[in-house]
Design a protein around this ligand. Sequence first.
Ligand code: LLP
Length: 431
Amino acid sequence: MDSNEVQDNQLMIGGILATDLAAQYGTALQVYDISKVRSQIHAFQRVFRENDIDYAVSYASKAFACIAMYQVLAQENAHADVVSGGELYTAIKAGFPMDHISFHGNNKSREELEMAVDNHVGVIILDNFYEIQLLSEVLATKNETIDVMLRVSPAVSAHTHEFIQTGQQDSKFGFDILTGQADEVLQQVLKEPNMNLVGVHSHIGSQIFETDGFKIETEKLVKLMQHWNDDFGYMPSIINVGGGFGIKYTDADHPIRPEDFVQQILTTLRHETESRNLPLPAVWIEPGRSIAGPAGTTLYTAGSSKDIPEIRKYVAVDGGMGDNIRPALYGADYDAVVANDVHDDNVELVTIAGKYCESGDILIKDIELPVLHPGDVIAVLATGAYGYSMASNYNLNPRPAVVFVENGKSQIAIERETYADLIHLDKKLDI
Ligand code: LLP
């Protein structure tokens, strides 16, 4: 627990007692300390300014998006990448500036592309040949033009969980560099009358701790720039290096600061472009986890427990894999505190179980916590990325409420789902 405040042994989030938030809004509750979102965006922006490099800090919506989040991002002059019509729709409804949107995805539908074109999004990041054909038709029909980038797969295997690696050669995303696909698509897109090619994109994975992958990625992108310039007379004005900067979940994690990854990328870029006598492109980044993750805390109420002598003590909470699938899906580890009793000498080893009907629904296996009693509020830390955004209604449990806090003030960002919400699309059969 690094940066949460503790007062009189009670956890505070954004200047408010966590237990007060739990009492006011109920649990399970997803809380965001918005000042942390803002300060991480500022830290990224500062690195670019210090290096005097044109930039965009484009938040990866998939980590967590809602209208309130897009409002905060817009205030901080961040861009946002969206990967679906749903994320785009939410950004539109939030009044987010469409010229700051990048549209990603490996199978965008014609309807999604039409929506992007109609709303004049800033850039569409092209992922495959089929999409180019679809977009070309959409643009011709509507007599519109749009900025595009090419997503290449740079064949860098970042050291992270296999499911969240994306830049290796055998990947479903982007155009392959090694087999010449990237050159082929470049030539094709340069001929497209309604597409304006502004740059190249790659993303090597998520929750990455080592800087090496980003260094190699940057080197490869600069090499590609040179090759495209020499052989096709095309010089990208933007390189988008994706996201993936790892964060600390538990004391076992020792990542460098997210902005330090960016510094490493910029140092490599300056060196590589200078030594090849190439102009310095603008650099875009797409961090999701590092902006949303540390800002989020999930509050649960402790309920039943089961003690199997000599084996394990389980304490169950009023949430679990429906609001945070990451432990079950990736074996992800989290840290937690008891919000109403942060530091206590009377500790025991417990396993925090969810309430879902699945044995794998364990939020934290074997954590030392003050002895828990029913009604205690357990705060699982750094849950802001890929928690609520991957939430489900498994077992027909409503999804939690989301609250934004800042400077002692809390506001609901997403209401708690009701039972009525759960069935609002259901239809009774005529039988
Ligand atoms: N840009 C692209 C093209 C991406 O595919 C991703 C993440 C990002 C940016 C943001 O990466 P970040 O900075 O958040 O690491 N559900 C998984 C993570 C999947 C990441 C997918 N792509 C998890 O819970 O760990």
